[in-house]
Design a protein around this ligand. Structure first.
Ligand code: G3I
Length: 393
């Protein structure tokens, strides 16, 4: 742990925590500098209060600016946890199913679809005047085991187009936006186009992406069609290269007249230790995407706290600052139309299993704590919407 943080913790312990002002620092500012410099920016971050005006929900604050706020959800949690469902309804204007529209929950075998879980979820959102995203039509994960034994180069096109047509037609007019292709870029696979060696690429070649978008557009000409990916956030060699590759992919698709309407930026933040966030680089990336005529959605926002201090007062502030630093840049770009967190409460987060803390402490990545009480992350998101420029409708 850097001496700076030790110094902070020492000072905090020595003083009543009434204000918490000493540790309201921006995680990016802290992490990116990780030295004891008392730069004006760092001092400013230290004094961040996370004060929010009023009690309005995140959905209402977003709506005031022509934006959408929502969360990923599971039908099983909404159906069996009424207080959780109430929190979701209160805070969210748009939802995205975590699993109900993926192949492994939809497709029992080549001939059959199990639409019941997705139908229930879509009904839940519509009854509450909420929107719903579709996630995801083509991905290399969450494929049921029969795909590997059944799919081959001869039938892969038919399997892909049949799946997309069947699912998108069923929900035509009911889905705000579809993640048509998810996570197709993986530079480690060594291809000059940066594409990931997924079963779809291996069976159909690079044109599977165009095929997927064109099939979805034919099935629901009104749906917003999104390319969704992660690792686009930081000033690191990997993220810098991935942003460039994703931009090139989007340019190629637009040049061919492929009906892609938006980029989904997953924004799973602080996944690696000490990543450097460069607001100017991220802003330029967003501008370059928007210059293609694309909208942008922040689709899976959360912050991994596994490398942050155990002390909840410090950790919550650093996580909240990570959200606010990121969203202040993202929401300044008018093409950004929606922010969804990948869950809304620490009670249900994939990070508990996927990125647990070595000290065994519960992770605290989301706006509401395990008792559904608002945390500083909630304040950070609320402040970001309050400061965001209003979108013209
Ligand atoms: O619903 C079944 C349940 O009936 C069964 O008892 C249980 C047994 O383990 O499994 C449940 O399904 C699980 C599903 O999550 C719902 O909880 C699957 O096994 C599990 O593989 C699945 O993991 C999800 C993963 O995507 C794969 O679909 C994670 O929760 C989810 O957070 C993760 O989300 C992905 C996005 O879709 C794409 N971007 C990255 C993100 C994180 O990996």
């Amino acid at each position: 742990m850097s001496t700076y943080l030790q110094h902070l913790i020492g000072r905090r312990r020595a003083m009543s925590l009434g204000f918490g002002t000493m540790i309201g620092m921006g995680a990016f500012t802290f992490i990116s500098q990780s030295k004891d410099a008392q730069s004006p920016i760092q001092e400013q971050a230290l004094r961040r209060s996370f004060i929010v005006a009023g009690e309005a929900s995140l959905r209402d604050r977003a709506a005031r600016k022509g934006l959408l706020y929502g969360s990923a959800v599971l039908r099983s949690k909404l159906a069996n946890d009424p207080e959780f469902a109430a929190s979701i309804t209160n805070e969210c204007s748009i939802l995205v199913p975590i699993g109900e529209l993926k192949w492994d929950m939809l497709r029992t075998d080549l001939e059959h679809f199990n639409f019941e879980p997705a139908d229930w979820l879509i009904e839940f959102t519509h009854k509450r005047n909420m929107l719903v995203r579709g996630h995801t039509l083509i991905w290399h994960e969450a494929l049921p085991s029969w795909v590997e034994s059944v799919m081959n180069s001869a039938n892969a096109k038919q399997i892909l187009t049949h799946h997309i047509s069947t699912v998108v037609k069923r929900y035509a007019g009911k889905i705000h936006s579809w993640d048509v292709v998810n996570e197709a870029i993986q530079l480690r696979d060594g291809r000059s186009d940066g594409l990931r060696n997924t079963p779809w690429l291996l069976m159909l070649g690079p044109d599977y992406i165009e095929m997927a978008f064109r099939t979805a557009a034919k099935a629901d000409p009104k749906a917003m069609l999104v390319y969704n990916d992660f690792g686009l956030d930081y000033d690191t060699p990997a993220d810098n290269a991935k942003r460039a590759a994703v931009l090139k992919l989007l340019e190629r698709l637009k040049l061919k007249g492929v009906p892609v309407h938006a980029l989904g930026i997953q924004a799973h933040l602080l996944r690696d230790k000490n990543p450097r966030f460069n607001p100017e680089k991220f802003k330029t990336f967003l501008q370059n995407v928007a210059s293609l005529g694309l909208k942008i959605l922040i689709t899976e926002l959360d912050v991994t706290d596994k490398t942050l201090p155990k002390d909840i007062q410090i950790r919550d502030r650093m996580v909240a600052a990570a959200y606010e630093d990121y969203l202040s840049v993202a929401l300044a770009e008018p093409a950004v139309i929606a922010v969804l967190t990948w869950g809304i409460s620490d009670r249900y987060t994939w990070l508990s299993k996927h990125d647990p803390r070595q000290d065994g402490a519960s992770v605290r990545p989301l706006p509401l704590d395990q008792n559904l009480k608002r945390k500083l992350v909630w304040n950070a998101i609320a402040r970001s919407f309050d400061k965001a420029p209003r979108r013209s409708s």
